[in-house]
Design a protein around this ligand. Structure first.
Ligand SMILES: *Cc1c(COP(=O)(O)O)cnc(C)c1O
Length: 354
């Protein structure tokens, strides 16, 4: 199922299913294969496996491009970052996902690239930083500060500087933002989050317009071996079938919770970009109190990661790798699809203890 006239919800449900043959399954099977019969697209499981196709077709349809699945979001990011030539300049958000920043700062420290960190909301700063850059890495909204970039304007900056633009679209998902349409060259996903949606998969993806960019990224995957597992692709495809329904519900919950948290006693600052399922808020009583409340949740699970059907929260700075720019008292709440009144009652009970 495909076609420009179908809505993204319909594509989420139907794209990437096998051809309808009598007696055949409605869902792509899990193909466990290291070796395949010669004469097809691939004869070795590191170069290609039919198990990846359903997921790649469905995600590609949603993003409006061609998707390649990777072992994780970090492996997907690495495949793109690796394209930067030696001593090339990379511009990235000062508040990007900590794992991405670790990859970039590690390469910068080893003298492989030059890193310029920017505020994604400051287009003038970005314009200056992009001069001579090989790659402009964007994340919007950012994790966990929820800064939002004007991606269309950023694409303009990239094009004037003749710089490749990569966008980590994990938080918005293609249902809220389609970076390729806005001018991005690469879209990167941690499919471990909202796309799979059930906190049981680690998987990533890179989506391009196809052509040379697709070939280059596919070759990186084959050669470096950061390939996805068959089971992970199957689970992520199953999760993706309900992405629009989960996202709508969790986002509705998040809007209500962000509104109620704003101005609530003990809450210092609420960050919510107006869409998506993640809320970050600072706790007036400080980092220790913030840590305490996240360990007190009943409906809300104390856990890292995000984008699952269940609500989770954590104090991000409990991780040593988290940038110091993230306030120590900041709690990142990933809103799930439970009844919003039950989530709110849990938040309130924890906050009221302070
Ligand atoms: C989790 C996350 C990643 C990393 O993805 P993994 O699947 O954990 O490797 C990258 N970007 C963002 C925004 C994330 O939240």
């Amino acid at each position: 199922m495909s076609g420009p006239d179908l809505s993204l919800s319909t594509l989420a449900v139907g794209a990437g299913r096998p051809a309808r043959t009598p007696g055949g399954p409605l869902n792509a099977p899990i193909t466990l294969a290291s070796a395949l019969v010669p004469g097809g697209d691939s004869e070795y499981g590191r170069h290609g496996n039919p198990a990846w196709e359903a997921f790649e077709t469905a995600l590609g349809a949603l993003e409006g491009g061609k998707a390649l699945a990777f072992a994780s979001g970090q492996a997907a990011a690495a495949a793109v970052i690796d394209l930067v030539p030696l001593h090339g300049i990379v511009v990235a958000p000062e508040h990007a996902y900590s794992g991405t920043l670790v990859q970039l700062t590690d390469r910068a420290r080893r003298g492989l690239l030059e890193l310029r960190l920017v505020d994604v909301t400051d287009l003038d700063a970005m314009e200056t930083a992009a001069e001579g850059a090989a790659l402009l890495w964007m994340e919007s909204p950012t994790n966990p500060m929820l800064d939002v970039a004007d991606l269309k304007a950023v694409a303009g900056v990239a094009s004037r500087a003749d710089t490749a633009l990569a966008v980590d679209n994990t938080f918005a998902t293609p249902l809220r933002q389609r970076p390729l349409e806005l001018g991005a060259d690469f879209v990167v996903h941690s499919a471990s989050k909202l796309i799979s949606g059930h906190s049981d998969v680690i998987l990533g993806a890179v989506v391009t317009q196809g052509g040379r960019a697709h070939e280059v990224i596919e070759a990186r995957r084959s050669n470096l071996g950061a390939i996805p597992g068959a089971l992970e692709c199957w689970l992520a495809t199953r999760g993706l079938r309900t992405l629009h329904v989960r996202l709508d519900r969790a986002e509705q919950n998040a809007r209500t919770l962000a509104e109620r948290l704003t101005g609530y006693s003990g809450v210092k600052r609420v960050r919510y970009p107006g869409f998506g399922t993640i809320i970050s808020f600072e706790v007036a009583a400080g980092a220790e109190a913030a840590q305490k409340i996240t360990e007190m949740g009943d409906v809300i699970t104390y856990a890292t990661s995000l984008g699952g059907v269940e609500s989770t929260w954590e104090r991000r700075r409990r991780h040593a790798a988290e940038p110091q720019a993230v306030p120590a008292d900041l709690v990142r709440l990933s809103v799930g699809i439970e009844d919003v009144e039950d989530i709110w009652a849990d938040v309130k009970r924890c906050l009221d203890v302070l």
